[in-house]
Design a binder for this molecule. Structure first.
Ligand code: ZN
Length: 99
């Protein structure tokens, strides 16, 4: 079965620290928001975001670089009522992972 997503590693633009791995679905080229359910690594972040420990999107902390503390993204609810990080343009790099 063909995969209908691409895998990207997301890195901090300031210090190049690895932040997370993301499965991007659909044809759009840019990454404007990260759907929590499509964040697949690191494990600690996946568990944190998907265990439903958060009662409200307001409880979710901003996405910061663990190395240099750069502010990378902020939690929000998409038009489709999905929880996402709205990503700050220019503050992260993405790298396509060849599977
Ligand atoms: Zn950084």
């Amino acid at each position: 079965m063909a995969k209908n997503y691409k895998t990207y590693d997301i890195h901090c633009a300031s210090c190049s620290k690895y932040l997370l791995t993301y499965h991007k679905y659909g044809a759009g080229k840019g990454i404007l928001r990260l759907y929590f359910k499509n964040i697949v690594a690191p494990k600690e972040m996946v568990l944190l975001l998907q265990q439903n420990d958060y009662h409200s999107i307001k409880d979710v902390p901003n996405l910061h670089c663990p190395e240099c503390n750069a502010f990378i993204g902020s939690p929000a609810i998409s038009k489709g009522q999905k929880w996402v990080f709205k990503m700050r343009k220019g503050y992260f790099h993405r790298k396509l992972v060849k599977n």
